[in-house]
Design a protein around this ligand. Sequence first.
Ligand code: 5GP
Length: 120
Amino acid sequence: MAYDRNNIFARILRGEIPCKKVYEDAHVLAFHDIRPQTPVHVLVIPKGEYVSLDDFAAQASDAEIVAFTRAVGKIARDAGVADSGYRILANHGRDANQEVPHFHVHIFGGRSLGRMIGRE
Ligand code: 5GP
């Protein structure tokens, strides 16, 4: 799947659409989800143009992958959920209902998160 430069997160990265930023470094941006599903619901995205985890895992540089992973841990810690617990989730493709075609990880926390996955 080709990267769509007009996807909503590409537009957030270009500053065309606002976001509630919680973290930024050379490779990573993180912001609150616009429709939070838990008290803590942060989206972490690479600044590079990757459609999903599949694309990121195959194409990103070691520096980008290290920065991304470290950022996810730090953001969760800074959000105060490292002790109580949190869940990270990355949707890839149709069966996962990926909505935005720019790789992102959700960080959910701030309450008990129940079952890992729906039964459907
Ligand atoms: P996906 O299903 O692709 O893993 O999740 C996309 C997420 O992006 C959803 O949780 C949705 O609420 C969030 N989202 C969609 N548009 C925007 C936006 O314009 N701003 C922010 N902050 N989040 C968005």
